[in-house]
Design a protein around this ligand. Structure first.
Ligand code: NI
Length: 131
């Protein structure tokens, strides 16, 4: 598994994007609306690192509660994996609990992602490698 991106939860997507751009980040993929999770997502890159800005657009979004607790902050590392289902099972055996079962992610070209949470580590995202 290889690191794909670091996910940042932000209240104001466009303002956060502008602030990242002022630090030298470039937009890799324009904003995509994920209607399943009710978030807007934009991918930025700098120095070979990829950051995903995630911002809820609806009060029923799954990340609204977390954003209220953490404020604007990084909240997950995403790992790209060869076989999502195998890795999910491997992590579940290692005390991770499924938070968001494997489902297509519109912001990742429809590739499947899963979110798991570990008692001492927090949230991990797994992304099925494509192509
Ligand atoms: Ni992510």
């Amino acid at each position: 598994m290889t690191i794909h991106h670091i996910g940042y939860l932000v209240k104001k997507l466009e303002r956060a994007r502008t602030a990242f751009e002022a630090l030298g980040y470039g937009v890799e993929r324009e904003t995509v609306r994920d209607e399943f999770r009710k978030v807007d997502i934009v991918f930025l890159v700098k120095d070979g690192y990829r950051v995903e800005l995630v911002s809820p657009y609806d009060p029923s979004s799954v990340v609204v509660g977390l954003l209220a607790r953490t404020g604007n902050a990084p909240y997950h590392v995403c790992y790209e994996v060869d076989d999502l289902d195998v890795e999910v099972e491997r992590l579940r055996d290692a005390r991770y609990v499924m938070q968001d079962a494997p489902a297509p992610a519109p912001a990742c070209g429809g590739a499947r992602v899963a979110f798991l949470i570990h008692p001492y580590l927090g949230i991990v995202e797994l992304l099925q490698k494509t192509g």
